[in-house]
Design a protein around this ligand. Structure first.
Ligand code: SIN
Ligand code: MN
Length: 200
């Protein structure tokens, strides 16, 4: 399996073939049936353009009270378990013994994006974050650990996996834009990104 390092981010292009993507999409639909996508609001009151859900012991949420992991969906139910198809990717690429406790589901509709940020609400930064992309292409921007400075970008396609570990674990990253309708995986278009995290 080809693996490219860019700014310390390990990118595995085409990690999932078309059949594996379709199977995983069915599993993601199961997650959002149990835990419906919601539109999170930042602590400053700005609605995010992505919609979110999660699977696992924890989901990542944001609202006026701040960014945090919660054991329950904002509407009150427990998160569904992380499907085996998704756990298998973590087992193949994470290089650690612990299992992920959160699979964050981000859905990017037309025009959705995600600003540069760090993933730092987890307790142990020696644990990687593993990202899986499904559906339309997304322009993934990678920066530094400190704010500002040089960034570089790569288009992520359906089936690509990114491992944020080691020097990349706390680096800024975000999605500038998606190319809506570039993939046929989602009949209505859009991009799904799954991120697997060890939380506590
Ligand atoms: C994230 O950083 O949570 C999402 C990254 C992506 O959508 O590729
Ligand atoms: Mn992130």
């Amino acid at each position: 399996m080809e693996s490219i390092f860019k700014e310390g981010f390990r990118i595995l292009p085409g990690f999932l073939d078309a059949d594996a993507q379709a199977a995983m999409l069915r599993d993601v639909r199961g997650i959002v049936r149990a835990a419906p996508l919601f539109h999170p609001v930042t602590p400053r009151g700005k609605q995010m353009s992505v919609r979110m859900s999660a699977a696992g012991q924890y989901g990542w949420v944001t609202d006026r009270r701040g960014y945090r992991y919660e054991r329950r969906h904002p509407e009150g139910g427990a998160w569904p378990p992380i499907p085996d198809s998704i756990l298998a990717v973590w087992q193949a690429v994470s290089g650690v013994d612990r299992a992920p406790q959160c699979c964050l589901v981000n859905f990017y509709g037309e025009g959705a994006r995600m600003g540069l940020h760090q993933d730092k609400d987890e307790a142990d930064f020696t644990m990687p974050v593993v990202s899986i992309s499904l559906g339309d292409d997304g322009l993934f921007r990678m920066g530094r650990e400190a704010r500002g400075g040089k960034t570089s970008s790569v288009w992520l396609h359906s089936g690509d996996v990114v491992v944020m570990a080691g020097e990349a674990r706390l680096k800024h990253h975000g999605v500038d834009r998606i190319r809506f309708g570039t993939s046929t995986l989602l009949p209505q278009g859009g991009r799904i990104n799954l991120t697997l995290r060890v939380v506590d």
